[in-house]
Design a protein around this ligand. Sequence first.
Ligand code: ADP
Ligand code: MG
Length: 421
Amino acid sequence: MGHSQNDLHASLKKYFGFSQFKGLQEEVVRNVVQGKNSFVIMPTGGGKSLCYQLPALMQEGTAIIVSPLIALMKNQVDAIRGISDEHGIAHVLNSSLNKTEVKQVKTDILQGVTKLLYVAPESLTKEEYIDFLQSVKVSFVAVDEAHCISEWGHDFRPEYRNLRTIVSRLGDDIPIIGLTATATPKVQEDIIKNLGITDAKVFKASFNRPNLFYEVRPKTANVDGDIIRFVKQNAGKSGIIYCLSRKRVEELAQVLQVNGISAVPYHAGFDAKTRSKYQDMFLMEDVDVVVATIAFGMGIDKPDVRFVIHHDIPKSIESYYQETGRAGRDGGEGHCLAFYSYKDIEKLEKFMSGKPVAEQEIGNALLQEVVAYAETSMSRRKFMLHYFGEEFDEVNGQGADMDDNTRNPKEKQEAKDDVLK
Ligand code: ADP
Ligand code: MG
């Protein structure tokens, strides 16, 4: 199958209207259309979807896209339908469809109209669907959010573990492309092993975010005061403040309001209408600050978030990276400030104590990394990227001086303290 460079660019333009590939996309697409296995590791927003959407549109047959969330699948299907006159070009196959709808999906696939078929992993275990898919031409299988396969990931889903077996039943040598924004080597190993793609070409983008400044401050009884001061110093800028509990979210939002800061709370305890009201207020800049639990952020793309504050330290470096990653999407400044107290670590440990032992062990190991991050005196960017299996040059690397430890090295700080004494 010879797709030249021109073909790829022409198709990119034709289907998506883009004139350039982003990062490693072109190499990935080429590998996929050549029928080879691929493993793609790119941060959120890196453009992973296109890595399977474009090959699916270019190739004969139907690509199966496994994705954990119905909402995500629906968004993508709508987007793909928007670029084509053919409604059946993309479909979701899941338990919410009635008989007539399932029949339509099958007809479209058999007629070669459907290029992308989105399925949740649990639907793919249905014998009825497996039988059907065995009878059609599957161009490849894409496993999006592939970290769901791993207990070391932040969103383990046991159904993901059956995928290899099912793909093998669908036909011989169906290429697989796994995709994730999880950068930890452990999760990556799990994915490759579980999907049985040890021969896959690995495409890993850098996780460095040079425009983000990382800072950790000790959490004292006056943490609210510290937060108020920070927000006032950054008046008029958009920011997110993460808290662990819903109660704290509501309290802190109120404290900020009382102190003249325009802020709204956000957590999963509010009904959908209230949640979307507060979210819109933040997006439309009716308020500067949203105080939220981790329920806030998924799929929210406000490009000019200027700071992300963690009132409570998160349970893994992975989560911290994801949450702080919402700052500075536009490439402008993004200040990531975490308040840390070992007491909070003990609290998180306590939360886990009711869970199965294996889960606790993993949870504790992840927490110890958070402790190490918070207590380190080295470049926080170097620490984080090292955790993600990436070497960072703390002298010449991009964003090398963008953290508290590098700007104010401990020895210098101590010397200064001595002088003051
Ligand atoms: P990920 O799944 O890696 O988080 P997405 O696939 O959702 O990222 O893509 C993130 C954004 O990047 C989308 O808005 C998408 O339209 C845009 N995008 C992807 N590829 C390109 C490209 N080649 N040129 C311009 N924008 C792109
Ligand atoms: Mg994605």
